[in-house]
Design a protein around this ligand. Structure first.
Ligand SMILES: Cc1cc2nc3c(=O)[nH]c(=O)nc-3n(C[C@H](O)[C@H](O)[C@H](O)COP(=O)(O)O)c2cc1C
Length: 176
């Protein structure tokens, strides 16, 4: 069974089917964070995070052009990617809600350094400088150069698949 994509923007059913097919690719979940002057930091939940290059160390993610944080994110020189643990579904939901005070009563947040915002209990964090931004249709593709990272030696990821959260059963510990 195949579906031709003609112009899915003209056809909501076709767009939904396309999204459903794309959702068959399981991903982790990450939150992109960056401090802002005189305003709460940027925080955007993304499933589009991926690795790009080892040398130089590059990662990518894509941001919907409708996202309110996009102009600020496009302008910042540095941001962090926080890879979520399976226990952080509430954190994922918190940073997926536009037009809310995403940081209200957020436990344990940070600001030991003014230039970076790292979410506690993340599985891994990558501190990046903006390397490139590309047109990605209705999204903007951000490529970041990783300057610093840390990762936990144990823990299991929050997984997004088929439009729902999942957890890994019997996951192996990451190899050293
Ligand atoms: C699991 C999950 C994955 C998401 N992945 C993305 C993504 O890759 N890119 C994106 O732009 N929005 C993604 N979203 C939606 C954004 O998180 C949401 O639109 C954003 O927080 C809006 O924030 P803003 O309008 O304040 O910028 C995702 C949401 C969820 C729940």
């Amino acid at each position: 069974m195949g579906e031709d994509i003609v112009k899915s923007s003209d056809n909501p059913d076709a767009q939904r089917q396309f999204r459903t097919a794309l959702s068959m690719f399981a991903t982790g979940v990450a939150v992109i964070t960056a401090p802002r002057k005189n305003r709460p930091p940027i925080g955007i939940t993304v499933a589009s995070f991926n690795s790009v290059s080892l040398d130089p160390p590059l990662i990518l993610f894509s941001v919907d052009r409708r996202n309110l944080s996009l102009p600020d994110l496009s302008a910042v020189g540095t941001y962090a990617v926080n890879v979520l643990d399976e226990a952080q579904q509430d954190v994922s939901n918190r940073f997926a809600k536009a037009n809310t005070d995403k940081w209200a009563d957020m436990p344990g947040v940070p600001n030991e350094r003014a230039d970076v915002v790292l979410l506690p209990n993340s599985l891994a964090t990558f501190e990046c400088e903006s390397y490139a931004q590309y047109d990605g249709g209705d999204h903007v593709i951000f490529v970041g150069r990783v300057n610093k990272y840390q990762s936990r030696s144990e823990g299991r990821p929050l997984v997004f698949f088929g439009g729902r959260y999942h957890t890994l059963n019997g996951a192996h510990q990451p190899s050293a």
